[in-house]
Design a binder for this molecule. Structure first.
Ligand code: PLP
Length: 423
């Protein structure tokens, strides 16, 4: 292990950044830092500088970095049985599927509900697209999604994604998708009225992440459930970013203001990934009820790595720690504190803080989020400029109150340092 790490060579930030530019395809722009180590909510770069990680690998590192229960479970599984192919099954894979069915439908998943494991969110959405297409058949080729939606980058998932800049270079995309105005119930009703018999599925993020942390307005999801049921279309929720406790409940659609509480919305299909493995790559498609769960049959879909024992062990360990340490409550509490404390600063560059749990956007009064993120990084805080006017926070669930307070205390001076930019 140490030998392999040293064989990469040692280097400063500058050396590594040059090597990166000479070896990696430039799909992400230059990296902000080269990171070499993490522990808890902190990471260190190649020059030894420490950062408080308030982004968590984009809503992934729910337990922070190098959590001993997670690394212990991954190591133990890898030392026992690492990979087997889907000609075989493993106890961790089976146990994780059972846990996910419980977590996604807390009142009890109906008989016939089943899970398909993937390695990423994109693959979960790709499986959802295939499931929807097979469900719809030739009569119902169309899928509805929302403006602002992000569902991944493979051609099927990309068809669902809204942003033109992500799609335009790739010509004709394979899925017939209509994008509706975000949160607009009348537009949704009109779409079903006019195209109802052609619609295979409606795909929604309960909280849009990449669009800048936008929860669906109250009532929208409930109406979406009614309309999809009425017209024989599937309701597919993309909980890749918002699920697995990120909002303080296991699923964002369990939040009372989104789709939970009395008459809770039960979707047909839920896509998971990001936080599911606490940093280990894994995704899942949870199909609720016999119909959705039996649409993909032997030969119609598959994956080599999906559901491998190590990824499944990571998922089980992540869920275990969240439950054992009461982290859903911590997410709710810390998220409320951060939003209210940031708003209470009354800083002229901040117009508000929105979101649910630890999926938060700080809305700025000017299009300077990139400058603000750069200044925060220089001050030792990792965040993300999710839109030109918004800073996204998606920290580990183990973020301490003291760490949250330190960020809030430092924020005004860091914002001041960028405010030579005209308001
Ligand atoms: C990140 C994300 C995806 C894609 O997941 P990957 O693991 O990056 O492939 C899909 N949907 C949503 C809502 C996401 O946030």
């Amino acid at each position: 292990m140490t030998e392999i790490l040293t064989s990469t060579g040692a280097g400063s930030e500058m050396v590594w950044e040059a090597r990166y530019a000479g070896a990696l395809m430039n799909t992400f722009g230059p990296p902000q830092r080269v990171l070499v180590r993490g522990e808890g909510c902190y990471v260190w770069d190649a020059d030894g500088t420490r950062y408080l990680d308030l982004l968590g690998g984009i809503a992934v590192n729910t337990l922070g970095h190098a959590h001993p229960t997670l690394t212990g479970a991954i190591g133990a599984q890898l030392n026992t049985l690492g990979h087997i192919s889907n000609f075989f099954a493993s106890p961790t894979q089976i146990a994780l599927a059972e846990r996910l069915l419980e977590l996604v439908v807390p009142d009890g998943a109906p008989d016939g509900s089943r899970v398909f494991f993937t390695n990423s969110g994109t693959e979960a959405l790709e499986a959802a697209v295939k499931l929807a297409r097979k469900h719809g058949g030739a009569q119902r080729p169309r899928i509805l999604a929302l403006e602002g939606a992000f569902h991944g980058r493979s051609l099927g998932a990309l068809s669902l994604t809204h942003k033109a800049a992500y799609k335009d270079p790739f010509g004709q995309l394979p899925v017939d998708v209509a994008h509706l105005a975000f949160g607009d119930v009348a537009a949704l009703e009109r779409a079903f009225e006019e195209q109802g018999s052609a619609i295979a599925a409606l795909v929604l993020e309960p909280v849009q992440g990449e669009a800048g942390v936008r929860p669906l307005p109250p009532g929208y999801l409930r109406r979406a459930r009614e309309l999809t049921t009425e017209h024989g279309a599937l309701l597919i929720l993309d909980e890749v970013q918002s699920g697995m406790g990120r909002t303080g409940m296991w699923m964002a659609h369990h939040q009372p203001d989104v789709g939970g509480g009395v008459d809770a919305v039960v979707p047909d299909v839920v896509a998971l990934a990001k936080g599911l493995g606490g940093g280990f790559p894994i995704g899942a498609l949870v199909a609720i009820g016999d119909g959705p769960a039996t649409t993909l049959t032997p030969g119609t879909h598959g994956t080599t790595f999906g559901g491998n024992p190590v990824a499944a062990a990571a998922g089980l360990a992540t869920i275990h720690v969240i439950e054992r340490d009461g982290l859903l409550g911590a997410v709710t509490e810390r998220g409320q504190y951060l939003r209210s404390a940031i708003e209470a600063l009354g800083h002229p560059l901040v117009s508000g803080a929105r979101g649910l749990g630890l999926l938060i956007a700080i809305e700025l009064t000017a299009a300077i989020s990139a400058e603000v993120a750069t200044a925060l990084m220089a001050a030792g805080y990792i965040v993300n400029a999710v839109t030109p006017t918004a800073i996204r926070l998606a920290p580990p669930y183990i973020l301490s109150q003291a760490q949250a307070e330190a960020f809030v205390a430092d924020l005004p001076a860091i914002l001041d340092s960028t405010s030579e930019v005209p308001l």
